[in-house]
Ligand binder design. Structure first.
Ligand code: LLP
Length: 422
């Protein structure tokens, strides 16, 4: 499942003691396992081998250049959502024909850059966006390949903040409107409608919502091909596969393939997937240090040096992340703690009411499953420099992003002259 395991008393990432990394980098620090990332991509590649899909890792989950390079060199494409992600994708050497571009608010500049780089297609989320892409492509004398993202109105039964395929969601185009777009396809001469896209949400642990959504995708695709002569080559089935944070039992890649592949049997479409969390969540941890143990009449707080600015998932989604000591203590006693960061917000909680081996000042902890939507959602709130990122491979490790310095944080700020006047 992942490569953060105890050997004796010590937590290791692959063959490196996590405490050894921390000794070099300090805390907080993100640590990634090369093997875990690679294995999770490999599981999907293997499960779907028979249909030769295009797997476009959803880089919003973790866009470290080192991670992108690792995945791209193992055959992955990328799912991008901004010009910034396109820039990173290029830096990581991902060819345009393996990039799909999603997101509800692509700017004209982003569209132009993606067209010039030759992305495989744009996932289009509204009619005005389609018109904009058509206009930019016409101006550049190019044909833009487009995937219409339909909103299948399916409840993925996940946290409401990460559910995207319901009727009231800002994502996708409802099927009636999508059909009217195909009916009027000739109004978009610079567009080639080559794909249908559907992504219903994230951290989906059972196959049923996917099956329900993909049936609708197939019905819709059949209809527009028949009625309007659309020529659909790709079905982009999005991401959303759940990861294990606690005791979830998400479908494996094999079970997912067994469940959905029969739907596409005998159909000509090339399947595209956009997994983010499945590949990255368990590939990373955030290591931190206990600063103080604060005891009140009602609670024990373990105040650590990692905080919501480093990992916002618990504050934002009440997400659960396992907390483990880097060195298992010989102390047998256990205690219940709220593990909190130093930020001046009562929401700065990394774990609530957690029974843990008794902690002491200076103890090192790992916040597990932090490889997805961790570093990428970090901020500088409270003027906290962002943590460094480390990649481990076997017995080697490298800092792949240095800790920000205080000078980094103020580098692009200026104090205008008028503030210096008396
Ligand atoms: N494709 C599209 C169009 C998406 O919007 C997303 C995620 C993915 C693929 C990848 O989904 P995944 O396989 O990772 O579930 N920050 C939240 C998750 C936000 C997901 C946004 N879209 C979290 O920390 O749980």
């Amino acid at each position: 499942m992942h490569d953060f395991k105890y050997k004796g008393k010590e937590l290791y990432c692959e063959n490196v003691r996590v405490a050894e990394i921390v000794r070099k980098t300090g805390t907080p620090v993100y640590i990634y396992s090369h093997k875990t990332f690679s294995d999770h991509l490999g599981k999907l590649q293997k499960a779907f081998k028979s249909v030769k899909p295009l797997i476009c890792y959803s880089m919003k989950a973790n866009s470290s250049l080192a991670i992108l390079k690792l995945l791209v060199s193992q055959g992955s494409g990328l799912d991008i959502v901004s010009g910034g992600e396109l820039f990173r994708a290029q830096k990581a050497g991902c060819p345009g024909e393996k990039i799909v571009f999603a997101g509800v608010g692509k700017t004209e500049q982003e569209i132009e850059e993606a067209l010039r780089y030759g992305v495989l297609f744009f996932n289009v989320e509204s009619k005005p966006e389609l018109e904009k892409i058509n206009a930019v492509a016409a101006r550049l004398k190019k044909k833009a390949r487009v995937s219409i993202r339909i909103n299948p109105a399916v409840d993925p039964k996940t946290h409401h903040h990460i559910s995207t395929g319901k009727k009231e969601s800002k994502f996708g185009i409802d099927m009636a409107l999508a059909e009217s777009i195909f009916a009027a396809a000739r109004k978009y001469p610079a567009i080639s409608f080559c794909a249908i896209h559907c992504h219903i949400g994230s951290q989906i642990v059972s196959g049923d919502p996917f099956v329900e959504a993909f049936r609708k995708v197939l019905e819709f695709t059949g209809r527009i091909e028949k009625k309007y002569g659309a020529k659909i080559e790709y079905l982009n089935l999005g991401g959303g596969l759940g990861a294990i944070y606690k005791d979830e039992k998400p479908q494996t890649a094999d079970a997912y393939a067994r469940k959905i592949l029969p739907l596409f049997k005998g159909r000509k479409f090339r399947l595209v997937f956009e997994p983010g969390r499945f590949i990255s969540a368990n590939g990373g941890i955030l290591a931190g240090k206990v600063l103080y143990i604060k005891r009140t009449q009602v609670k024990n707080f373990a105040i650590v040096d990692a905080a919501m600015n480093d990992l916002i998932r618990p504050s934002l989604y009440e997400a659960y992340h396992e907390i483990q000591p880097l060195v298992r203590s010989p102390r047998a006693a256990r205690e219940i703690y709220d593990v909190v960061g130093p930020i001046c917000e009562s929401g700065d909680v990394l774990a609530r009411e957690r029974l843990l081996p008794k902690l002491e000042e200076g103890d090192l902890i790992a916040i597990m499953s932090a490889g997805a939507y961790g570093y990428v959602m970090a901020s500088n709130y409270n003027t906290r420099p962002r943590a460094p990122e480390v990649l481990v491979k076997g017995s080697h490790f490298a800092v792949v992003k240095a800790r920000e310095t205080l000078a980094d944080l103020v580098r692009s700020e200026t104090i205008p002259d008028f503030l210096n006047c008396p």
